[in-house]
Design a protein around this ligand. Structure first.
Ligand code: ADP
Length: 646
């Protein structure tokens, strides 16, 4: 097999002419040879037979590379041949000498022409070699044994091997070319059509794999026999990586688009924006005003806006079975409200974000409330894939409405409860004097029914009945004034007297349960000021509770009511008993409404007491006594107090 001589790119060096002194040497040698041939041809018996040697003169001069020198040498040599013939033979005659001379002239002329042509070809080849050098693409040539015979600067840059290192090595060893497609198919195309183009993976000197866009051409000799393969390549690794990144980014976008739980739509606003731009060119500057004045533009824009893609969440939300059912003109698919779409158009006309709430009817005929946001690209750009995000807030809206309804019900319930609490409060407060009235009434009857009625006792009993009835009436009056928001009557009163009255109110019960009562009011304590009736109800409540707690114990029963000045709180009143103590489980909620341990209890007493004390600016709390029993403490602040007159 013919092996091509390895060609370095320098073989096609741009210089088609040798350096100056070499050219001069060649031309000098030519001149000497020409002179020698002329002398021999003219003055020796060899005559014209040596004239053929002028061919060598032309070739020597041709090697100098000068066109003018070639022409001159050719013409000169032919002239010398003719002169030598004329000197030796006189007028031309058709003899052997003349023929030799003619042959010599022909040989010199042909050599001259060929030398000129050869020079032209050399110039062309040198130009091509320059191009090969100048191109940024890699170009290398391998022979049919895969041996590299040409390696340009582009190849050096792309693969990292210098020409010296690459020339003479097998291309497959050096580059490890791998075809992503079918190698045999590529080979068949190259040998069949003489060309093959495609991407290959090749290894660089630093072992990095590069993606090369290769263009291969098979060059044949004049007999059609394959000689070399010329391979030009462009490094597309960066381009491919960018394309791969773009593809990956697109894939991620698609995946997010598809799998997001929120609804995404891609809408094509190109036609709408064309209309908008046309209007601007017609001189419309206030687009919002234009929309207001031309409602038909909104309907047209709705027809021109196309839904080009929707994600699965949208398919589900809109009750479709396939996404294709939802693609097409916005007006056909969703028919959003004219007003909302007009607002969207006015906002997006200059680019930017339009967002808001609207209602839609889905394919199942269900009415949905949705929040949407639409990002219109800014500036002159493509409007064919405008992303719209939509969130279905129907359930949230429903929940909001339900919440409002529940709140309304709750408010109603609270009013009813308040009413109930008030009734309970009235019942509770009136119950005490009524019970006392019954007790005193019964006692009076007993005194009357005796064989000898004790009228003094009867009259005392009836006085108590009257007093307690008045108290009940005062309570009712007070509660009524409370309900009608009448201002409270704050007056100064004597706490000792108030406690005495309470004790009288409960003396029947105290006696019944054999309870000893001790009232210990510090006479130096400040005189309280407040609503006497309400504060009396508090003391009665606390005493009644204490009596009940003590009635459940077999131990000695003592009730102590004390009051003294308190440096921090003004006046401190304590109701102390030797009863069961406050059950632990209700202690944290003792003062809440409806907390009771009694089967006939209502659990309202302490709640009312606390609210009364707090409304006077004081505090009420309870503690259990270490030896058994409970103490209820309440304070009345300085602001509501005035010092006892001396
Ligand atoms: P009621 O008397 O209707 O139960 P109260 O609000 O007056 O409602 O009392 C709530 C609960 O507090 C009572 O059921 C009782 O368990 C407890 N309690 C109140 N006072 C005392 C006390 N002095 N000793 C022990 N427990 C008490």
């Amino acid at each position: 097999m013919t092996r091509f001589r390895p060609l370095h790119s320098q073989a096609y060096a741009p210089a088609t002419r040798p350096r100056g002194y070499v050219a001069a040497l060649l031309m000098g040698a030519g001149a000497v040879l020409a002179a020698g041939v002329f002398v021999v041809d003219t003055f020796t018996p060899l005559q014209s037979a040596v004239a053929v040697l002028y061919v060598v003169v032309v070739l020597l001069v041709a090697a100098s590379g000068s066109r003018r020198a070639i022409v001159g040498a050719t013409v000169g040599c032919m002239g010398l041949t003719a002169v030598a013939y004329a000197r030796g033979h006189g007028a031309p005659a058709m003899d052997a000498s003349f023929l030799r001379c003619a042959v010599s002239l022909g040989a010199i002329a042909i050599t001259g022409v060929l030398a000129l042509r050869n020079r032209e070809r050399m110039i062309t080849i040198a130009g091509q070699a320059r191009l090969i050098e100048l191109t940024h693409d890699s170009i290398f040539v391998r022979d049919m044994d895969d041996v590299i015979v040409l390696w340009n600067g582009g190849a050096e840059q792309l693969y990292g091997w210098t020409a010296q290192e690459a020339l003479g090595r097998r291309a497959s060893d050096l580059l490890g070319t791998a075809f992503p497609g079918d190698h045999a198919e590529a080979e068949a195309e190259l040998f069949g059509a003489g060309r093959w183009e495609g991407e290959v993976f090749q290894r660089r000197r630093d072992d990095r794999i590069v993606i090369v866009e290769a263009r291969c051409a098979l060059l044949r000799d004049e007999y059609g026999k394959p000689r070399v393969i010329l391979e030009a390549g462009t490094d597309v690794t960066g381009r491919r990586a960018a394309a791969a990144a773009l593809t990956e980014s697109e894939r991620r976008y698609r995946s997010m688009f598809e799998n997001a739980r929120f609804c995404f739509w891609e809408q094509d606003y190109s036609l709408v924006m064309d209309r908008v731009h046309a209007l601007r060119e017609e001189g419309v500057t206030d687009f919002a005003a234009y929309i207001d004045a031309h409602p038909e533009f909104v309907s047209e824009a709705m027809r021109l806006t196309q839904i080009v893609d929707v994600n699965q969440a949208t398919v589900r939300m809109l009750g479709a079975s396939r996404r294709e059912e939802l693609l097409g003109p916005l007006a056909r698919v969703l028919a959003p409200s004219q007003a909302v779409f007009a607002r969207v158009l006015a906002t997006i006309e200059g680019g930017g974000v339009a967002e808001g709430e609207t209602t839609l009817t889905n394919l199942r005929g269900e009415r949905l409330t949705v929040l949407f946001a639409l990002n219109m690209p800014l500036g002159p750009t493509r409007y064919d894939r405008v992303l719209v995000s939509v969130v279905d807030i129907t359930d949230r809206k429903r929940a909001e409405r339900a919440l409002i309804a529940v709140q309304a019900e709750l408010a109603q319930a609270a009013r009813i409860t308040a009413l109930g609490e008030m009734s309970a409060s009235i019942a509770h407060e009136v119950n005490q004097p009524l019970a006392a009235i019954v007790t005193h009434g019964e006692a009076s009857l007993r005194w009357l029914r005796r064989a000898e009625p004790n009228l003094a006792e009867v009259s005392q009993g009836l006085e108590r009945v009257v007093r307690d009835a008045r108290r009940a009436s005062e309570v009712v009056h007070r509660v009524r004034s409370l309900a009608s928001k009448e201002p409270r009557q704050h007056v100064h009163f004597d706490l000792g007297m108030l406690v005495e009255e309470c004790a009288q109110l409960l003396d029947g019960e105290l006696a019944q349960h054999r309870i000893s009562l001790c009232i210990d009011i510090d006479r130096g304590a400040p005189l309280p000021r407040g609503d006497r009736v309400q504060l009396q109800q508090v003391v009665v409540n606390l005493m009644a509770n204490a009596i009940r707690a003590m009635s459940e114990t077999a131990d000695a029963r003592h009730l102590r009511i004390s009051a003294r000045a308190d440096p921090a709180d003004g006046l401190l009143v304590e109701v102390e008993d030797s009863g069961t103590g406050i059950p632990e489980h209700i202690a944290p909620h003792l003062f809440d409404a409806f907390v009771t341990t009694r089967c006939d209890g209502m659990g309202m007493g302490l709640a009312i007491c606390r609210s009364t004390i707090e409304s006077h600016g004081g505090r009420l709390w309870a503690t259990n006594r270490p030896g058994g029993g409970a103490t209820f403490h309440f304070t009345l602040p300085i602001a509501t107090l005035e010092p006892t007159p001396a």
